[in-house]
Design a protein around this ligand. Structure first.
Ligand SMILES: Nc1ncnc2c1ncn2[C@@H]1O[C@H](COP(=O)(O)OP(=O)(O)OP(=O)(O)O)[C@@H](O)[C@H]1O
Ligand SMILES: [Mg+2]
Length: 232
């Protein structure tokens, strides 16, 4: 479904990614792990049209998408939850969710209902300012907003960042359910072992390049990967 080949990308004149390859199949759950600064977020941003393109190809459902801007990419069926600043704090929870459908003329009520069913706490707090929600709740707002258009592919950059351990498991369970319901997931995670255990396939990215690629289980079982990237 998503195919990235030989991608070179960065910011302005600064190249961060070199020859990155990446695949996400229909309904697949794929994780990218790697050290801080490896370029994981840059890969996600590149797929969403937010970096400087320098070479290679990004196709989604057999269509080249790299010259498109984010709004067009959303139309193609990709939604993105950034690592930082992923909600509008001064807007209410419901207004945030409605923003997820800004490219449409009107807010699809059935989608809003589907998001509330997935995250009941958002319905309970729909009139609360999103900036006053807890960390876990904010992450749900951000994910709920990204789900408003029922994407085929959801990009999640560190969805468990800053959450207490019990909430981390809860977040991963929610992501599993979104994937079980048919949405393909491309996720970056600092919680690498847990993420690799749950996903179908994983990529280890280091210094802007592919380092290892395999099923999550095989990456977890690989001594070199464990020692270099997973803390033993
Ligand atoms: N907007 C930007 N302008 C210039 N350089 C940037 C920008 N964003 C990121 N970089 C640089 O690109 C490199 C890769 O950053 P990126 O955020 O992709 O790493 P990451 O793997 O997501 O790291 P982390 O695990 O800390 O989130 C870093 O050296 C970073 O300083
Ligand atoms: Mg990052």
């Amino acid at each position: 479904m998503l195919t990235v080949r030989d991608l070179d990308a960065g910011y302005g004149d600064l190249q961060i990614l070199t020859d990155v390859d990446l695949d996400v199949g229909e309904g697949e759950y794929v994780t990218i792990v790697g050290p801080n600064g490896a370029g994981k977020s840059t890969v996600m941003k590149s797929v969403f049209g937010l970096t400087t393109y320098m070479g290679g190809s990004i196709t989604f459902q057999d269509e080249e998408i790299h010259p498109l801007d984010p709004e067009d990419i959303i139309h193609k069926g990709i939604s993105y939850v950034p690592q930082n600043e992923n909600i509008f704090g001064t807007l209410t929870v419901e207004e945030n969710l409605e923003m997820g459908a800004y490219i449409l003329d009107s807010v699809p009520e059935d989608r809003l209902e589907a998001v509330y069913e997935r995250f009941p706490v958002l319905r309970e707090r729909k009139d609360q300012k999103a900036g006053t929600m807890s960390g876990g709740q904010r992450q749900m707002v951000a994910m709920g907003r990204a789900l408003m258009l029922d994407p085929d592919l959801l990009l999640l950059d560190e969805p468990s960042a800053g959450l207490a351990p019990d909430l981390v498991q809860d977040m991963f369970d929610r992501i599993d359910r979104i994937n079980d319901d048919g949405t393909a997931i491309l996720m970056v995670e600092q919680n690498a072992k847990t993420a690799l255990r749950r996903c179908d396939r994983g990529y280890v990215l280091a210094q802007g390049e592919n380092s290892y690629t395999d099923t999550g289980d095989r990456l977890l079982a690989d001594d070199e990967v464990r020692q270099q990237f997973l803390g033993g």
